[in-house]
Ligand binder design. Structure first.
Ligand SMILES: *Cc1c(COP(=O)(O)O)cnc(C)c1O
Length: 461
């Protein structure tokens, strides 16, 4: 007889409406894969069985959110849904002022344009693609001040998203506080695999920056997932509610950019939240240029309503426990089969280490691209490459960048897939792993100039 290791993380909802999926054969998928040039970004969504490409905007909304969609006040100015969203952000995040934006990058554009001057430096706990780009477009330079452990895939650390206070202090002393408009703090850290930052660390960053009069802008995109890790891993927080933890995190910062497409359980939406009236005044003025009037910011009234309701649902402990529990379930099963993954398991994704997985395939033959293609071929599960293809080329030498990490990202939409879908995914990866020595790499036959991973095409060697 075997004994239970732990009780299930099961979902706090049942299914009311279903979206049928097309079931395909291996022969069908082989054709689709060739047509897509072995690039999972080029597959048609309808040819995908389980889509684990991203958690961005792929969430399932609840009956409460869908009911809210019918209450959309589509007035050009002063929509009642804006006021509901403002109230929800004030209540749960604790910031005073709200500017809605069409998604996270809209908020990043506004805050970067307002706070960054040419020649400034913006330290942060690892870059994120759109965040860094907006900082650079505003004339700034991003400096990574995350702890070294974040870059080491085999090292276990409960808060790999922490900022290295020494690195931050050294930078302030080197360039001067007046060259640092703000520290960019993310919770959790997407590019490190969804790794959290601790409350203690955020507090210390606040103490350090206060000494120098430097602001903190919080990338709160997955702050609720971060709050769950603080509750379950950090001393003193076991008995605190998720919303209390969220509010405390935000209280150490001066403002936040938000992509509602992640934590907030919607398909589109975002916001900029601020405490300083003067900065808010400028953001409210500028949003009109890029997004729309300050009471809709590029969103329909119904979208703001769905996001306001999404906040209320996202901070429920049972929701966030099931969300992260599902990711952990898949990760732990893969570890049982000795499949190489990045540790510890993050909040929204699992990363397969393709270099270890296909030790016979050299990096120049694209092991992670190959692995994503093989998983699709085996089961119709769609994942994405995060390795040499994503890294691109060095502009000066023309050679590929050879990143240390050659990964396949398996990302989980919220409230979308069942445990049986998870099992199909696990079985497919394990079987590909068992068959790994028979698999050959790929050759790139078409390479776009910018962000090549989206449209590059490959052939089997
Ligand atoms: C997705 C994301 C963003 C950008 O948000 P969009 O809604 O895609 O514009 C910013 N930061 C992090 C950490 C993200 O994951």
């Amino acid at each position: 007889m075997t004994t239970l290791k732990r009780r299930s993380w099961a979902e706090p909802f049942k299914i009311k409406m279903v979206e049928p999926l097309k079931m395909t054969t291996k022969e069908y998928r082989q054709k689709a894969l060739i047509q897509a040039g072995y690039n999972t970004f080029l597959l048609k969504s309808e040819d995908v069985y389980i889509d684990l490409l991203t958690d961005s905007g792929t969430n399932a909304m609840s009956e409460y959110q869908w009911a809210g969609m019918m209450l959309g006040d589509e007035a050009y100015a002063g929509s009642k849904n804006f006021y509901h969203l403002e109230e929800a952000v004030q209540k749960y995040y604790g910031y005073k002022y709200l500017v809605p934006t069409h998604q996270g990058r809209g908020a990043e554009n506004l805050i970067s344009q307002i706070l960054i001057k040419k020649g400034d430096f913006i330290p942060g706990n690892m870059y994120f693609t759109t965040t860094r780009l907006h900082q650079e477009l505003a004339g700034g330079t991003f400096i990574d001040v995350i702890i070294d452990e974040a870059h080491q895939t085999e090292v276990e650390h409960p808060f790999k998203g922490n900022i290295d206070l020494q690195k931050l202090d050294d930078l302030i002393k080197k360039v001067g506080a007046n060259k640092i408009p703000y520290v960019s703090v993310a919770g959790t850290v997407n590019m490190a695999g969804g790794q959290p930052i601790s409350m203690k660390n955020i507090k210390q960053v606040r103490e350090l920056t206060s000494k120098y009069g430097i602001k903190i802008i919080f990338d709160a995109t997955r702050a609720i997932e971060n709050a769950y890790f603080i509750k379950t891993r950090e001393d003193g927080y076991q008995n605190k509610a998720i919303d209390e933890i969220l509010k405390e995190m935000c209280s150490y910062t001066d403002g936040a950019t938000m992509s509602g497409k992640k934590d907030l359980l919607v398909n589109m939406g975002g916001f900029l939240a601020l405490n300083d009236y003067a900065i808010f005044e400028e953001a409210r003025n500028m949003v009109v240029i890029y997004e729309g009037l300050h009471t809709y910011g590029g969103l329909a009234g119904r979208d703001m309503e769905a996001m306001a309701r999404g906040i209320e649902e996202a901070v429920q402990f049972d929701h966030i426990r099931a969300r992260i529990g599902q990711v952990e379930y898949v990760g732990e099963k893969l570890l049982e089969f000795d499949v190489p993954i990045v540790r510890p398991i993050g909040g929204h994704a699992i990363f397969l280490d393709a270099k270890q997985f296909f030790s016979q395939i050299p990096q120049i033959e694209f092991p992670a691209q190959t692995l994503a293609a093989e998983i699709y071929l085996d089961s119709g599960v769609r994942t994405m490459e995060r390795g040499i293809v994503s890294a691109g080329r060095n502009k000066d030498t023309g050679d590929h960048y050879y990143p240390k990490l050659e990964l396949v990202r398996i990302t989980f939409p919220r409230r979308v897939y069942t445990q049986a879908h998870c099992d199909v995914t696990i079985e497919s990866i394990v079987e590909t792993f068992e068959n790994r020595n028979n698999i050959k790499g790929l050759k790139m036959i078409y390479e776009p100039k910018y962000l090549r991973f989206f449209q590059a095409r490959f052939e089997r060697l």
